[in-house]
Write a protein that binds this ligand. Sequence first.
Ligand code: UDX
Ligand code: UDX
Length: 439
Amino acid sequence: MKIAVIGTGYVGLVTGVALSEIGHTVICIDVDPEKVEKLSQGIPTIYEPGLKELIQKNINNGRLFFTSEHRRGLEGADVVYIAVGTPQRRDGSANLSYVEQAAVDIAANITRNVIVVIKSTVPVGTNFHIKELINRNTVNGVHVRIASNPEFLREGSAVHDTFHGDRIVIGTEDGETADILAEINKPFDMPILKTDISSAEMIKYSSNAFLATKISFINEIANLCESLGANVEEVAKGMGFDHRIGPDFLKAGIGYGGSCFPKDTNALVQLAGNADHEFNLLKSVIEVNNNQQLLLIDKILSRFGSVRGKRAAVLGLAFKPNTDDLRESPALVMIPKLVKLGADVIAYDPIAVSNAKKQFSVEIEYTEDLNEALQDADFAVIITDWADVKNIDLSAFAAAMRTPVVFDGRNCYSLDRVRKSEVEYYSIGRPSHTPELTK
Ligand code: UDX
Ligand code: UDX
């Protein structure tokens, strides 16, 4: 099968590379010629474990190509995937202008009937709108069929998730299109759900909204645990044994970030509103998350009173480990707040520093060296549970910092470990630890 993929962001690139790995000939199209140039040379434009090897292998196999020219990319394609971004507008709704642009590009350049597959997360109804937009603008009497095939990739494990996901969802208007897509996806060897287009679009939003709900729920429980003297990790463990609940996505912390949960929950609230449905549950999920992202500020202020002139080591900038992505990261709200309160911030991240520099307008220091970040700090704030932060010898805090006070937004350390250290420790939903008091 000859496949074209429009958009080489996280989703498009991983999808295109994976489709080439399972034997299809894939040409990835992106409007950004610099990205295309790098990718053509086998250099990944995003950090994703395992991706570089697969890109290089499939370029060498002659199955994977990159171009910035739609005419060239779409020539001879049987199936065209749309995987451009759908960022949120200021009102929370999804911005479909990139998807619409991709549709216009498809219409202008295809020379035969193709199946268009929408991978991007789009509001219910968008697939039909895009099909009509393309079919209205095609030349030579060609037309397209449309399919919704949402992605369920987690950044940082996108390659793994593509090959070992839980399901593939295919929404179409007819059985033949569904069969063709099922055949394309067969080598992934995963359960395939064939359904109608609107349900497929809704499955994506509902899945992300439910996972976000799980996280906000456990974060609320965590906050309650602190007031009642319970330990949220024990609570989550006990809940997770119940297979109806499951142990995943019950990790309390400083809230969810990333390119999907914040955007998709807002979009679903908006979508519900358009249908005259007040999605109060989801509105609360979002509110809990917004509060959670700033929770550590309250803890820092109640410990120090004021942070003016204090040196703050912020550990982690990415919204989660194994990615250099800062989209909706709690770091984006925490750091400006600390700076506004007068703290002198040094931010550590092993791979997200260069992306961070483009995002922050506030003056802070950056480092890729964890120990340098801790040097002479008055307190440390853990934003991302990077492996090196989790595995640090806790004595390093006392050795390097002026005062080893740690605010851990990711519950990186067991309380047993902390109790054996000299660290003054505040985490989420667990008892705090003050060495002087326990000695
Ligand atoms: C994806 C999905 O598409 C989005 O719907 C999902 O909810 C989250 O993840 P992502 O892959 O992260 O988005 O998007 P992004 O990193 O913004 O990349 C989009 C790419 O498409 C960029 O490389 C951009 O240059 C390219 N693009 C954009 C085109 O090739 N054509 C366009 O018309 C617009
Ligand atoms: C998510 C979905 O998991 C994926 O299926 C979808 O297609 C895209 O959105 P992603 O945003 O890459 O993937 O990361 P994910 O691992 O789901 O984490 C999202 C956020 O939730 C992160 O900020 C993470 O730290 C947070 N999280 C996750 C928690 O706070 N607690 C948890 O238990 C799990």
